[in-house]
Design a protein around this ligand. Sequence first.
Ligand SMILES: C[S@@+](CC[C@H](N)C(=O)[O-])C[C@H]1O[C@@H](n2cnc3c(N)ncnc32)[C@H](O)[C@@H]1O
Length: 264
Amino acid sequence: MMSLYRLPPLPTIREIIKLYNLRAEKQLSQNFLLDLKLTDKIVRKAGNLQNAHVCEVGPGPGGITRAILNSGAEELLVVEKDTRFLPGLKLLNEASMGKVRIVHGDILTYRMDKAFPRHLQKAWSDDPPNVHIIGNLPFNVSTPLIIKWLEEMANRTGPFVYGRTRMTLTFQHEVAERLTAPTSSKQRSRLSIMAQYLCQVKHCFSIPGRAFVPKPEVDVGVVHFSPLIEPKIDQPFKLVEKVVRNVFQFRRKYCYKGISIIEW
Ligand SMILES: C[S@@+](CC[C@H](N)C(=O)[O-])C[C@H]1O[C@@H](n2cnc3c(N)ncnc32)[C@H](O)[C@@H]1O
């Protein structure tokens, strides 16, 4: 049945930030989205969320969280590392009549294979389950995380024990371009191959840095991943990774805001 659920009127995200004194931590590369039109647009790219079970990674002050709740999701699991955001998330849980399950933890180590009820599991060859992952994470987390999740996709572990779980995530614009680069493109890299042999990858749209508070030095790309039934290469992930690594040769590390990231 179609849910017409909407959150009741709430303080704005800006007011929540003031109320709970949630100044962005530069060290944690926190950049918030306060424009609810943009948070709605990100969530629309995840597809139809009616009655869906969603995991939001890094909800922070809750802009995307609100958009997910307004989209008709049945259950929303939020995984947030910074305790300062927990009171604001509890407020959203109360406003949504208990739809938000709050986990204070690190998404890099959180057991996604146990995140949702088992009855949601679908066979790999079946239609995708009504389980989605959405998140606007810091760039130093989103790149290692997508590499981890691509390996879990290949092995059908982690969030992929439920079947072909779809993901909508943000990346530094250049990383979004690499993830989606076609064969003939200059941006074609290891990351393009590792992502595209396992999923259909779509660069949905870009968000200028100025849309975030505080403004990061780069623009952001929203990328949607939809796992393929048959991977394009029928070999173990580690072997594909090794061959691709040899082909592209390991490039040097570079720095983003003082945090070194392995260039993929
Ligand atoms: C770029 S901010 C985005 C916040 C919010 N989603 C938004 O769009 O306004 C990233 C959020 O991810 C959280 N975060 C950072 N690393 C994390 C990790 N390893 N696990 C879970 N949350 C993390 C930060 O505390 C912060 O709330």
